[in-house]
Design a protein around this ligand. Structure first.
Ligand SMILES: NC(=O)c1ccc[n+]([C@@H]2O[C@H](COP(=O)([O-])OP(=O)(O)OC[C@H]3O[C@@H](n4cnc5c(N)ncnc54)[C@H](OP(=O)(O)O)[C@@H]3O)[C@@H](O)[C@H]2O)c1
Ligand SMILES: [Zn+2]
Length: 362
């Protein structure tokens, strides 16, 4: 039973995707006498927490009820008063928690306060699912860096374009739709300047009512053409990350177009990606979709900033020694140094296959 109600709370939490960053996704369900009497989730950044929305949905007194929450309730004053106080005030008898809050400032404190008030607390129901749901928040809060998802679309033989450079579209419509869903959910989208020069992409979210990610382009010397879509279309927040080698006049020119220019440290004459991640964290950017190209993808893996990969595989064979693959750069010399992927899963998306997994950082 506990798992069923927690599953319901998880489904509710997911409704906040793309709207609560950099806050966690949280869902809450209140059950009394075997009946769900209240439901809520964290709907928007800065707004009520899931628990409060669940209380607000009640039509009867929750005295003696059990409350299911995907994440440990907060016990501190943030943008809103502590949920733990409200739970105590409402005479909830038992609280079931999916996972402990990873925020070092609050971790465990909410549980303690509930127990001190004589409330029965159960922790760890559907814990893996609850943690996975908040993989972005967990990294952001505990490592103070954005969570990075490397996404690529390739043919069955691992090519992202033909030898002449044609790449639209390798995968099918369903896969492309999923990618736009991800653009809607993650806060930023990152590409290398050569992708901008060669493809002139918009990097926007083309879903109805979708939200555009913040566009982030790494460009060590500001080679980006002023005529690029990402510069011309001034409606979407755009950041260009460069180095001390950038031309000062070009910085001014870009800033006049309301493009934010970040001067990151340089490493081997290029943008130091680790430094950039720290700077993006400071801008409250909790998550990034890395969409290539191949050169940047390799650097990102080598600099260990990638957390998750998503590779769409289309049932086509392209061939060609010169046709590009998802990861370029220099590559690795010895197999034992290959970037290892763990927790891999696969699913069919339209006519394609999506492989998802996590970079094994151990
Ligand atoms: N099918 C797909 O899913 C897909 C997705 C994306 C791209 N693409 C294709 O990929 C091609 C572009 O890829 P690409 O490999 O040539 O270039 P890229 O990865 O888009 O851009 C690489 C450039 O980014 C700049 N950069 C700045 N800091 C960097 C760092 N730390 N590490 C690496 N690069 C850094 C460098 O230029 P500076 O040194 O001047 O800064 C570098 O040359 C395009 O043809 C595009 O069509 C395909
Ligand atoms: Zn709260």
């Amino acid at each position: 039973m506990d798992e069923d109600y927690m599953g319901l709370a998880l489904d509710l939490a997911k409704k906040g995707k793309g709207k609560v960053n950099p806050n966690p996704l949280v869902g809450a369900v209140i059950v009394k006498d075997g009946k769900v009497i209240g439901k809520g989730y964290h709907e928007r950044y800065g707004k009520e927490h899931a628990e409060i929305n669940a209380f607000n949905s009640l039509k009867e007194d929750p005295k003696g009820a059990t409350m299911y929450i995907t994440l440990e309730p907060c016990s501190h004053y943030g943008k809103t008063p502590p949920c733990v106080d409200k739970i105590i005030e409402k005479n909830i008898r038992r609280v079931v928690i999916g996972s402990v809050d990873d925020n070092p400032l609050v971790s465990g404190k909410g549980i303690e306060k509930l127990k001190d008030a004589g409330i029965e607390v159960t922790v760890g129901i559907l814990e893996d699912e609850c943690k996975r749901l908040n993989e972005v928040f967990i990294k952001y809060i505990s490592e103070k860096k954005p969570f990075v998802v490397l996404k690529s679309a390739m043919s069955l033989d691992g090519k992202i374009s033909t030898y002449s450079g044609e790449s639209k579209w390798i995968t099918g419509e369903n896969s492309r739709k999923e990618v736009h869903k991800l653009r809607n959910e993650l806060t930023g989208i990152l590409v290398g300047v050569d992708t901008v020069i060669k493809d002139n992409p918009k990097l926007t979210c083309r879903l109805e009512n979708g939200r555009n990610p913040i566009r982030i382009i790494v460009d060590s010397t500001l080679r980006i053409p002023m005529s690029s879509e990402v510069i011309r279309d001034g409606k979407v927040r755009t950041i260009i990350a460069t180095t001390e080698f950038a031309d000062k006049d070009k910085i001014l020119e870009l800033e006049k177009k309301e493009i934010e220019v970040i001067i990151a440290k340089s490493k081997n004459n290029r943008v130091d990606l680790k430094d950039l991640m720290m700077k993006l964290y400071e801008l409250n950017i909790d998550s990034i979709l890395l969409e290539g190209g191949a050169t940047l993808n390799f650097s990102a893996l080598k600099e260990n900033i990638v957390d998750k990969i998503q590779i769409y595989i289309a049932p086509k064979i392209i061939g060609g020694e010169k046709s590009k693959t998802p990861v370029g750069g220099q590559g690795i010399e010895e197999l034992k140094k290959a970037f290892k992927i763990k927790d891999i899963t696969s699913r069919v998306v339209g006519e394609d296959i999506l492989l998802e997994g996590y970079i094994d950082k151990e």
